[in-house]
Ligand binder design. Structure first.
Ligand SMILES: O=P(O)(O)OC[C@H]1O[C@H](OP(=O)(O)OP(=O)(O)O)[C@H](O)[C@@H]1O
Ligand code: HPA
Ligand SMILES: [Mg+2]
Length: 183
């Protein structure tokens, strides 16, 4: 698929590459201040959070370790199944650590509410959430989210790690996918 074909699949851009970097820079400073002197561990949720984690980390004024979990709830569709499965667990024990979950998007909230409950049961010192995107009108469960990059409308978006059927993750902006692609 060449760049022209991809553009025809998109309706409108919600966050440009530049806006994303500016916002992650702001969030990184807030995160760093909040966890000053604490044993911080960044936990990314594969695969969508790959870009957010990479850029957030590079905006941090200092160094912090990361770990990854892979879960899946969407399969190849555009609606969460609500059934969360662990595909890859964390490499290490998180007892006593201040865990910051790093996500690309909170849509229904089902994935993160499950992950937060799962990680909280492992005796960490704290668990907070940072997400680049949130869809307030799509929430099926309330999630206490400490850091949000952007609130966006209830549309299926792709880019900057977010996929449709494993495609479009490499787009630099976040944009709404045209319904003709998936309907
Ligand atoms: O709030 P929710 O409605 O639960 O949706 C959010 C989750 O769905 C997507 O992941 P997905 O399961 O599609 O896997 P991926 O990260 O590998 O794309 C996204 O990356 C979030 O993890
Ligand atoms: O809007 C979305 N786009 C891509 N993946 C997603 N996972 C939850 N919501 C979305
Ligand atoms: Mg994901």
């Amino acid at each position: 698929m060449d760049a022209k074909d991809i553009e025809a699949d998109l309706i409108r851009v919600h966050c440009t590459e530049e806006q994303i970097q500016t916002r992650l820079g702001e969030l990184a400073v807030e995160v760093w201040d909040h966890y000053e002197g604490k044993d911080l561990l960044l936990v990314g949720v594969l695969k969508g959070a790959v870009m957010v984690m990479a850029d957030l980390m590079r905006h941090l004024p200092g160094s912090a370790p990361m770990d990854w979990m892979a879960v899946s709830s969407y399969g190849s569709g555009t609606k969460s199944s609500g059934v969360v499965r662990i595909l890859k667990d964390l490499d290490a024990d998180i007892t006593g650590k201040h865990v910051l979950i790093v996500e690309d998007i909170i849509d229904s909230g089902l994935t993160l509410s499950w992950i937060r409950a799962n990680l909280s049961s492992r005796n960490p010192a704290s668990v907070e959430i940072l997400t680049l995107l949130r869809k307030p009108d799509a929430a099926k469960v309330e999630i206490d989210t400490r850091w949000v990059g952007f609130d966006i409308p209830n549309e299926f978006v792709v880019g900057y790690g977010l996929d449709y059927d494993e495609g479009y993750r490499n787009l630099r902006d976040v944009a709404t996918l045209a319904p003709h692609v998936y309907s």
